[in-house]
Design a protein around this ligand. Structure first.
Ligand SMILES: NC(=O)c1ccc[n+]([C@@H]2O[C@H](COP(=O)([O-])OP(=O)(O)OC[C@H]3O[C@@H](n4cnc5c(N)ncnc54)[C@H](OP(=O)(O)O)[C@@H]3O)[C@@H](O)[C@H]2O)c1
Length: 294
C-alpha cells in the first residue's frame, strides 16, 4: 500500500491556502495540515523548524505572504521579512528533512512591457516592493532547495474570498451593489478562480516537477472587461452606473503595477499534458455556484 503523502500548507486562512487545504484534505492520498498565521508565523525560524521537524512533511505549499501590494510598498521591511526571510525559514529545515517546497509566486515579477503572454523563461523586473520580495523568494527557494517548485499565479478570486475581485463577483451575483467599482482599463491579465488554481497545484504536486511553472486560466482581459462580464453573466443591463472606468495613473495607487501580465505556460501543456479552462468558463461556474446558495 502506498503511504499517504504529508503536506503542510501555510497561510491556510488566506484565499489560496484555504482552497488548497480544502482540496487536498478531500483526497485520502494526503495527510494535510493547513496552518493559520497564529499557529505558524513564518518570520519565526524556531516555530517553522519545530513544525517541520515534528511533521516531516513530504511537501510544504507556501501560500502565506504579505500580498496587499500597496501595504507592502508602505512596509518594505516587514514585507521582506515575511515574503523572503519566511521562505528561507522554510527552506533550512526542509534541507535537513528532505521535504519539497512549493512556493507560490506572482505575475507581478514582470514589468508588463511585453505585449504577448509571459512564459516561464521571460526576464523578471519588479515594479514594486511586493514584486521585489516575490522575486527574492523565488531566488531563495532555488538557492536553498534546487528541487523546489515555484508556481506563479495571477488575479485570484474565490467564492469565499475577501479581496476586490471576489467581493465584486459576490456583490453583483447577490445584487447587493453598494458601491461604484473603479475598474482600470489599461491593465490586462487573466482572472483565476482559486478552485482551478488549487486543482492545478495538486496536479503539479503529483507530477513532482521542479523549477518555475505558470499556472493561469486561458484567455486575457482588462479589469473593465472582467467587471462587465460579471454583470453580463448575471443578466444585469444598464450597469454603466455601477462602473467607473479609470486609467492606472488616475487610480493614484501607492504601488506601480505591470500594465500587461498575462501568464502563459509552455510547461503545462508540453511537459504535463494539463490545460486550465478559459477564464470566462471558470467565472461562469463560480457565479453559478454562488447562485446555488441564493
Ligand atoms: N491574490 C492574488 O491575486 C495573487 C496574485 C498573484 C500571486 N498571489 C500569491 O499567492 C499566494 C497566496 O495569496 P492569497 O491571495 O491567498 O493571499 P492572502 O489571502 O492574503 O493570504 C495570505 C495568508 O498569509 C498569512 N500570513 C501573513 N503573514 C504571515 C506570516 N508571517 N506567517 C504566516 N502566515 C502569514 C495571512 O494571515 P493573516 O491574514 O492572518 O495575516 C493570510 O492568511 C501569495 O504568495 C501571493 O503572493 C496572489
Amino acid at each position: 500500500m502506498v503511504r499517504p503523502k504529508k503536506v503542510l500548507v501555510t497561510g491556510a486562512q488566506g484565499l489560496l491556502g484555504a482552497e488548497v487545504t480544502r482540496l487536498l484534505s478531500q483526497d485520502s492520498s494526503y495527510i494535510v495540515k493547513g496552518t493559520t498565521h497564529s499557529e505558524l508565523d513564518l518570520t519565526s525560524g524556531k516555530e517553522v523548524a519545530m513544525w517541520i521537524e515534528k511533521m516531516h512533511p513530504d511537501f510544504v505549499i507556501n501560500c502565506a505572504a504579505l500580498s496587499n501590494v500597496d501595504t507592502c510598498e508602505e512596509h518594505p521591511e516587514e514585507t521582506l521579512k515575511v515574503n523572503v526571510e519566511g521562505v528561507k525559514n522554510l527552506c533550512l529545515p526542509l534541507e535537513e528533512t528532505g521535504g519539497k517546497l512549493i512556493q507560490i509566486s506572482t505575475d507581478y515579477v514582470f514589468d508588463g512591457k511585453k505585449t504577448t503572454p509571459y512564459i516561464e523563461t521571460d526576464c523578471v523586473n519588479p515594479l514594486n516592493i511586493y514584486a521585489e520580495s516575490k522575486i527574492k523568494s523565488e531566488e531563495c527557494a532555488k538557492r536553498f532547495l534546487p528541487e523546489s517548485l515555484i508556481v506563479r499565479v495571477q488575479w485570484l478570486y474565490g467564492e469565499y474570498g475577501k479581496n476586490f475581485a471576489s467581493q465584486m463577483i459576490y456583490d453583483i451575483t447577490y445584487k447587493n451593489i453598494s458601491t461604484q467599482y473603479r475598474l482600470i482599463e489599461d491593465r490586462v491579465g487573466t482572472p483565476n478562480d482559486v478552485k482551478n488554481v488549487a486543482q492545478g497545484i495538486k496536479v503539479l504536486l503529483e507530477k513532482d516537477i521542479k523549477g518555475i511553472v505558470h499556472l493561469s486560466c486561458e484567455g486575457e482581459c482588462s479589469w473593465v472587461e472582467f467587471g462587465k462580464t460579471i454583470f453580463a453573466m448575471n443578466h444585469i443591463e444598464n450597469f454603466s452606473q455601477y462602473i467607473r472606468v479609470l486609467k492606472e495613473v488616475e487610480a493614484q495607487r501607492v504601488a506601480k503595477r505591470p500594465p500587461y501580465s498575462k501568464l502563459s505556460s509552455v510547461r503545462l501543456q508540453s511537459e504535463l499534458d494539463f490545460k486550465m479552462p478559459f477564464w470566462e468558463e471558470s467565472l461562469q461556474r463560480t457565479i453559478l455556484n454562488l447562485k446555488k446558495n441564493l
